[in-house]
Write a protein that binds this ligand. Structure first.
Ligand SMILES: [Zn+2]
Length: 411
């Protein structure tokens, strides 16, 4: 069967590349996150293949696709998850070619969203189609979820599916095609908490500094103490430590020197600041937003307790804008082992277990204690200029996704 799968992928080479290029051309920058044309492209292929699916909509411009097939009796339910919205383009003139043209140069496809994650989503879609042809050899259930509204962690995509259709989409394992690189498989993620702080003072004329403190000065002192959270003592789960110790060298190779250390550290980043109306006035208001990245072992409550304690020393108010707790699943789950083995036999590289530095929808499965394994392309130009994927790498990922889905559901 596995040879049959590889033969289909070989036959479909041009079809797959063509599909992926048109997938990128059906632009879906988020914000604003309108994915109607992009979803139509997917639907056309499934209609052509006569494969049924449902469209689940919370927000009209952000459709989500759920397709499910049940095979012979079995306990396993594999969910293939991808998103179809992409980052916006900031500096189109700096690109070598038009970001939405999906041009091919040197055997690479260039375009916004091709690595994050239209390549991975196209691969999961083709995998789903191939599994229909192998129906009588599979057990259990296979579900494909292609969602909108991922890039802004919005409520209209995977979160909506989990809130309204959890039984359909939870499954027993999840395979995601978010970027990882051939060197790594992701078994978890750091967490992220976004906070907005406000400091106010009476203010006044700058020459009369004795009459009011300056909100910007107070903000600097508060930020200094917020950064102190980096020293917070925590205990990491032993399995996470073991996996990350083993993958240090490759982690740095895939993500840049220092990545493996950062994956286990707290990061405090002040991302925006707005203050003061005029140079010769004492700033009476300072507003700033902070992004705190949490390694596994630190929870949002640890952070919020720390911030509450600062209230004894500083006068400020704050609100929590977003919380994604850190997450991980068994680095050696059945699906993880299957994916690593197929990656090795396909590429010659045995990927190691690492954490994602940023958040993806895969976290939602891990929050439900479902192992979620991420294996996708090298994140080149992701969110930046000249995003691209090598066609050879794209085909290898399709092979690994298809072979792994077959292995998981045929055993
Ligand atoms: Zn993504």
């Amino acid at each position: 069967m596995k040879n049959q799968l590889l033969a289909w992928i070989e036959q479909d080479r041009d079809k797959f590349i063509q599909f992926l290029r048109q997938f990128v051309q059906a632009a879906s920058p988020n914000p604003p996150g309108n994915t109607i044309a992009t979803m139509q492209h997917i639907r056309s292929l499934l209609d052509q293949e006569k494969i049924p699916y449902d469209i689940r909509i919370k927000e009209q411009t952000m459709p989500n696709l759920v397709a499910s097939s049940t095979f012979a009796a079995g306990d396993k339910h594999l969910v293939l998850n991808g998103h179809i919205d992409v980052f916006p383009v900031e500096n189109a003139s700096q690109w070598q070619s038009e970001p939405w043209a999906a041009e091919v140069h040197d055997n690479r496809i260039y375009g916004r969203g091709v690595t994050d994650m239209k390549m991975g989503s196209a691969s999961l879609l083709f995998t789903y189609i191939y599994m229909q042809r192998l129906k009588e050899h599979l057990k259990g259930k296979l579900t494909l979820t292609l969602v909108s509204d991922e890039e802004t962690m919005g409520p209209n995509g995977a979160k909506y599916l989990f809130s309204d259709f959890a039984d359909e989409v939870t499954g027993t394992s999840c395979l995601s095609g978010e970027p990882s690189s051939p060197y790594t498989v992701r078994f978890g993620e750091k967490g992220a908490v976004w906070l907005k702080f406000v400091i106010t003072t009476p203010g006044g004329h700058a020459a009369y500094a004795h009459l009011s403190p300056n909100a910007i000065d107070l903000a600097y002192r508060l930020i200094e103490d917020l950064r102190g959270f980096i020293q917070f003592k925590y205990t990491e789960p032993a399995e996470v430590v073991k996996a990350l110790e083993e993958s240090k060298v490759e982690f740095d190779k895939a993500n840049g020197a220092g990545a493996s250390k950062l994956a286990r550290s707290i990061i405090v980043n002040v991302g925006t600041m707005k203050a003061g109306p005029k140079v010769n006035m004492i700033a009476s208001r300072c507003e700033f937003e902070v992004d705190v990245r949490l390694p596994n072992g630190v929870t949002k409550d640890d952070l919020l307790d720390y911030i509450e304690a600062l209230k004894h020393k500083h006068d400020f108010s704050y609100e929590v804008m977003m919380i994604n707790n850190p997450n991980w699943c068994d680095p050696d789950s059945e699906l993880a082992q299957i994916v690593r083995n197929n990656a090795h036999s396909t590429t010659g590289i045995r990927p190691v277990n690492v954490l994602g530095m940023a958040n993806t929808d895969a976290r939602l499965w891990r929050y439900k204690n479902v192992p979620a394994v991420v294996y996708g392309p090298t994140p080149i130009g992701m969110g930046g200029v000249d995003e691209h994927v090598s066609i050879d790498e794209a085909l290898n990922i399709l092979r690994v996704h298809a072979l792994s889905s077959y292995d998981y559901l045929s055993k």
